[in-house]
Design a protein around this ligand. Structure first.
Ligand SMILES: Nc1ncnc2c1ncn2[C@@H]1O[C@H](COP(=O)(O)OP(=O)(O)O)[C@@H](O)[C@H]1O
Ligand SMILES: [Mg+2]
Length: 352
């Protein structure tokens, strides 16, 4: 970590160095970017200032976005993205190479062994994991626990990094982090300082934070991005059937921004989502997750949460490329998410 970088200032003029990157990181990025044909120092500087510091993130960015954000000509943006894709080997990749990339996937503990097992060993990086369910089922409590466990070393189930917590509902509570940090042997004050909270009030702010995040990830060593909740602001801002198409389109852009970050920086993205009643649903589920197909298709793993007795909750995998559809019971405790007592495990099948 070189967050004290500003103290050992180099000789170059301060104005030309975007403040989100440390000088060392900028040098690295400069080398990588100027190795691309058509990219000189000035273009590299534009890319760096927008957080495009590695070829992975450029490779997965649509040229049009790169063009607008970095003020490049369409042809140059296209050329840069194309080269990045070739470098990263994104266009064609053997399943064998893909397996190798998958080996870089890391796992983050939820605090409950049962829930971790359900997830195939914990929340994974390079993916978006969605927890959805009614009010008070524990979505935010899961987020609090993950915001803390991400700070643990890998051998203890963490990712040895910080959390960016995008709070759209005003429900982030720093006090809740303290007992969770203590449980995992972290200094509460340190733990709090490693959670960067962005309280947002509009969808445009929410989407902007996901874009700014790109510039912070390396410098701050962010390994987990939480969006609690992904959909609430979209739902309240775009009301009525005539707004639905634009709402879905914006949500689509936002989820893709998050997916790119997860992939390019090998970090975990966790989002929460509420449910709404399905009017006129005589058959099939009475409640479904907000966001329709856009959210359903673009999150990697979707888990449904529901209440059980007392502090117990049930998590069920509903959609995942490789996790079987099954469910487990966990418990919401003062110090975070925990396993339910073994003798209460039977409740899984009896509670609705
Ligand atoms: N300090 C605490 N100690 C134990 N349980 C808590 C504490 N704070 C909240 N909870 C539990 O968390 C539940 C709310 O979960 P939350 O994650 O906020 O729900 P939501 O799904 O709406 O985000 C409460 O019903 C309560 O059971
Ligand atoms: Mg909540």
């Amino acid at each position: 970590m070189s967050s004290r970088g500003s103290q050992k200032r180099k000789t170059e003029p301060v104005e030309s160095s975007p403040k989100e990157q440390t000088p060392e990181q900028q040098d690295d990025a400069m080398k990588i970017l100027t190795s691309l044909a058509g990219v000189g120092k000035a273009t590299a500087q534009k890319l760096i200032s927008q957080g495009y510091t590695n070829l992975e993130i450029i490779a997965v960015t649509p040229p049009k976005i790169l063009e607008v954000e970095c003020q490049l000509s369409p042809a140059l943006a296209e050329k840069i993205v194309q080269q990045a894709r070739e470098h990263v080997g994104l266009d064609f990749i053997s399943a064998r190479d893909m397996l190798q990339i998958r080996k870089n996937v890391k796992r983050l503990t939820t605090g409950s062994k049962a829930l971790d097992d359900l997830l195939g060993g914990g929340i994974e990086t390079q993916a978006i994991t969605e927890f959805y369910g009614e009010y008070r089922v524990g979505k935010t409590q899961i987020c609090f626990t993950l915001a803390t466990t991400v700070q643990l070393p890998e051998e203890k189930g963490g990712l040895n990094g910080k959390c960016l917590f995008i709070d759209t509902e005003g429900t982030f509570r720093p006090e809740r982090i303290i007992p969770i940090a203590q449980r995992f042997g972290l200094d509460p004050d340190d733990a709090l300082s490693r959670i960067i909270v962005a309280r947002v009030f509009s969808t445009s702010q929410q989407m902007e934070v996901a874009k700014i995040a790109r510039k912070l990830i390396k410098k701050e060593n962010i390994r987990l991005i939480i969006v609690d909740s992904l959909t609430a602001l979209f739902r309240s801002e775009y009301v009525g059937i005539d707004q639905l198409a634009i709402r879905q389109q914006q949500l689509n852009v936002h989820i893709h921004d998050l997916a790119r970050l997860a992939w390019a920086f090998n970090l975990a993205v966790v989002v929460t989502n509420q449910v709404m009643a399905n009017p006129g649903a005589f058959f099939g589920p009475q409640m479904s997750a907000i966001g329709g197909h856009i959210v359903a298709h673009h999150v990697t793993h979707r888990l449904h949460l529901r209440k059980a007795k007392g502090d117990k909750r049930i998590a069920r995998v509903e959609d995942s490329p490789y996790l079987p559809e099954s469910e487990v019971v966990f418990r919401i405790a003062y110090d975070g998410i925990r396993d339910a007592e073994e003798d209460l495990e039977e409740e899984t099948s009896t509670q609705e």
